[in-house]
Design a binder for this molecule. Structure first.
Ligand code: FAD
Length: 399
């Protein structure tokens, strides 16, 4: 049941994905009066995500994960090049998870409610207005439109969200800064996939992107394709997915299909305005090369909650004060995202021959590492210099 909407609240968070729920949880835990609204009738459903995360950053922020949040523990990865050559790492420790986003998202929203946030589903923000030092937000719920005032407004409304734009803090994503994705939940795989995340590269597989297969256990997997929409088109992802499934898993059943976009920002997006901040995909906090955004959404929400809570205490909600959140982000996770943005620019310049060569060289380096020989990024680059001047010419752009 949707909650009765208040006339006023201290903080209004729009969107109950991982970013919004974690932000609401932390703010409510700090004693703030928080309303979290979600337009869907059921949090976490439908799932438009391949659900894979690195273990360390997620556990670093959330601690132990609840039973049911993880479908499959992951022990390594496998990359397959256009010529079928592969590079594979499989260790003994858990390095990641394929989550159950339905239960994960719902669990995070429950934790927010337990911390004291009011959570209202089937409640959509449709307009925002700045008035007298606060925000007036129009919410459409079961009882029709309603205006709620808040001292601080947080956009956690995902890649398609409009709240940042309404608040004057950002425009739509340009085509060049998006991955276009299509995904299938497949069942009945004849061979149980190894507990590895698998990536397939190549112009015929996914132009400007990659195809993935993330195991879920029980002969099931999330299989998807991300393409650069300027090369594959928005329709393209679905067609490449059909082709990938037909070629690699002809006997498997598809029980769910989904499509969506992921931001791949080339530079940091504006995160704050007076009394306003953005988190998660709405803030462009996805890793631009792989498109992974779950762990970043939660890490960003953690920082945002600290800064916003302190700002509410001092009563200074100016953009200048909230900029501390953007600075802290830029100095931590944002730093590595900038590196990945440069890597994506390089990635988009590589062709099939480059991928084949790169995977071969990485394989040799991995072999040396397995034999106990020292290796490093410098060693990898040195090997590229000696093995492939053509690849080096492209990589120089990175240095
Ligand atoms: C096909 C695909 C595969 C992906 N695979 C991975 C992966 O394997 N690993 C990974 O880390 N990331 C992956 N991602 C990215 C990941 O899903 C996002 O980065 C993550 O969900 C971001 O969380 P969020 O809370 O910012 O946004 P979201 O999870 O998108 O949540 C936003 C919420 O806001 C709600 N909302 C929107 N507008 C309004 C409104 N006006 N009023 C009220 N509510 C509103 C939406 O309904 C939604 O519930 C994938 C994305 C796609 C599309």
């Amino acid at each position: 049941m949707p909650v009765t909407l208040p006339n006023e609240v201290e903080v209004l968070v729009v969107g109950a994905g991982p970013a919004g729920s974690h932000l609401a949880r932390r703010l409510a835990g700090a004693g703030r009066d928080v309303l979290l609204v979600e337009k869907r009738p059921e949090i976490g459903n439908p799932v438009r995500c391949a659900e894979a995360v690195e273990a360390e950053p997620l556990r670093g922020t959330l601690g132990d994960l609840e039973p049911g949040w993880v479908s499959q523990e992951i022990y390594g990865g496998r990359g397959v090049g256009p010529d079928g050559g592969e590079v594979r790492y499989e260790g003994e420790d858990v390095v990641g998870y394929v989550l159950n986003r339905r239960l994960f998202d719902r669990g995070l929203a429950r934790l927010a409610a337990e911390a004291g946030a009011r959570v209202s589903v089937r409640t959509q923000a449709t307009a925002v207005r700045r008035e007298g030092g606060s925000w007036a937000v129009t919410l459409h719920g079961d009882g029709g439109p309603r205006e709620v005032r808040c001292r601080a407004l947080a956009a956690a409304d995902g890649v398609e969200g409009l709240v940042s734009r309404w608040a004057g803090a950002g425009g739509p994503w340009p085509l060049t800064e998006l991955h276009s994705c299509a995904q299938a939940r497949v069942v009945g795989l004849e061979t149980e996939p190894r507990p590895l995340v698998e990536f397939h590269l190549g112009e015929a597989v996914a132009p400007g992107g990659y195809a993935w297969c993330f195991p879920l256990g029980g002969g099931r997997a999330n299989v998807g394709v991300a393409v650069d929409p300027s090369r594959g088109g928005f329709e393209g992802a679905r067609l490449y997915l059909e082709r990938f499934l037909a070629r690699n898993m002809p006997g498997a059943g598809v029980v769910e299909l989904s499509a969506g976009c992921i931001p791949a920002p080339s530079k940091p997006k504006r995160l704050v305005a007076d009394g306003f901040l953005a988190v998660g995909d709405a803030a462009g906090h996805t890793e631009p090369l792989s498109g992974g955004g779950i762990a970043n959404a939660i890490q960003g929400a953690e920082l945002a909650a600290e800064v916003l809570s302190a700002s509410l205490t001092t009563g200074d909600l100016s953009a200048g004060r909230l900029e501390a959140y953007a600075r802290r982000w830029a100095a931590t996770v944002g730093r590595s995202l900038r590196r990945y943005a440069r890597l994506r620019r390089l990635y988009l310049r590589l062709g099939d021959r480059d991928f084949n060569e790169l995977l071969r060289i990485m394989n040799e380096e991995l072999e040396r590492w397995r034999e106990g020989k020292r290796t490093s990024m410098v060693a990898l680059l040195t090997r590229i210099v000696t093995r492939s001047p053509r690849l080096l010419a492209k990589l120089r752009f990175l240095l």
